[in-house]
Design a protein around this ligand. Structure first.
Ligand SMILES: *Cc1c(COP(=O)(O)O)cnc(C)c1O
Length: 348
């Protein structure tokens, strides 16, 4: 039997590589004396690490962060092992053994992790200290523990809880992080995520860790003019049809036509991360022409109004309006959720 060649997908995530590179360069420039790295965890926030990592590498990025050990192999195909750090750190001896063998830096988050890393033979690692988010990371009171003194620390990290807000917690965390820099031996220091970069030079240290803003998210007003949209979902029309006045569309008949209409069905649904919150609210486009969502979004399909684009036929493609700040305001979903929920059926 001949091996069957899979046809092209009816759903794709279009990535503007130039915008992605420009966003990294803007964040690197806004990081002042510090260099910008990149958070590429969760498959580069859903955009696809195989697309994103080479673009960032070519733009000049040299530090890449993932959360899980399982995310390392896909990234290793594109960047050097010593440019990768794993934020969750080693939970088990197997994790520490893998880090040693792969040549990837673990981010040590606790005395337990420091012990595991030492038992695996140690070597260069990062250290995350908790300065007030109370998530993972070493407590300030543990900084002088002998286990920490034995570490060979490249980057001393902390992470801001409220960088996207004008909060007193920012200055409090910055000053604890600064104090830690005087206590723990390290090579480089890092505090800022995307929004943290906009808080100014006191927050920059030697390395910043933007994620969201690389991918077109705008976490604070100061970044609005710097950041370009990167990801646009696109879906093919599966079918078109004419309906009469009085006919309804989709599950539960939530849309009823008040006139004869030409409608289309696109290959995009809530299983792809285009959630039901877009029902009767989302907008698609054909060469700029508005093609609004009609009725309920279903699992694999969404019905649209072809009034403004009557020439469209089966197989034609539509772009989904997906500016992250606007989509977040329209749906109440966070810009992070809007990106990371885009599903595996998109060709990336
Ligand atoms: C995810 C993550 C980032 C990136 O944050 P954004 O808000 O997406 O810029 C930075 N640092 C750490 C520790 C993270 O977990």
């Amino acid at each position: 039997m001949m091996s069957a060649e899979l046809p092209p997908a009816t759903l794709r995530l279009s990535i503007d590589r130039a915008a992605l590179a420009a966003n990294w360069r803007a964040l690197d420039r806004l990081s002042g004396q510090a260099r910008a790295g990149a958070a590429v965890k969760a498959n580069a926030y859903g955009l696809g690490v195989a697309v994103v990592a080479p673009v960032l590498r070519e733009a000049g990025c040299q530090d890449f962060f993932v959360a899980h050990w399982q995310e390392v192999p896909a990234l290793l195909a594109h960047v050097q092992a010593n440019q990768i750090a794993v934020l969750h750190g080693p939970l088990t001896a197997a994790d520490a053994t893998y880090a040693k063998a792969a040549g990837v830096r673990p981010v040590i988050n606790s005395l337990h992790q420091a012990r595991l890393w030492g038992e695996a033979g140690g070597g260069v690692c990062d250290l995350m200290i908790d300065t007030g988010i109370n998530r993972i990371g070493l407590s300030m009171t543990e900084l002088t523990d002998p286990l920490i003194g034995q570490l060979q620390i490249d980057v001393l990290h902390s992470h801001l809880a409220s960088a996207d807000e004008d909060s007193a917690l920012n200055a409090a965390q910055q000053s604890r992080w600064n104090a830690a820099r005087g206590i723990v031996q390290h090579n480089r220091a890092s505090l800022a995520n995307s929004a943290g970069i906009a808080l100014g030079s006191d927050y920059h240290g030697d390395l910043t860790r933007p994620g969201l803003a690389l991918y077109g998210g705008v976490p604070c007003a100061a970044l609005a003019t710097e950041i370009r949209q990167v990801a646009t979902p696109e879906a093919a029309l599966l079918q078109t049809r004419e309906i009469a006045a009085g006919e309804s569309v989709g599950y539960n008949a939530t849309f009823v036509a008040d006139r004869p209409m030409r409608i289309g069905v696109v290959s995009l649904g809530y299983a792809d991360g285009y959630l039901r919150v877009w029902s009767g609210k989302g907008m698609l486009r054909s060469i700029g022409r508005p093609v609004p969502v009609l009725g309920r979004v279903s699992m694999d399909m969404t019905v649209v109004d072809l009034t403004a684009a009557p020439d469209l036929l089966e197989g034609d493609w539509l772009q989904v309006d997906y500016s992250l700040p606007e989509a977040s305001a329209a749906t109440g979903l966070s810009q992070y959720e809007l990106l990371t929920l885009l599903g595996s059926r998109f060709a990336r």
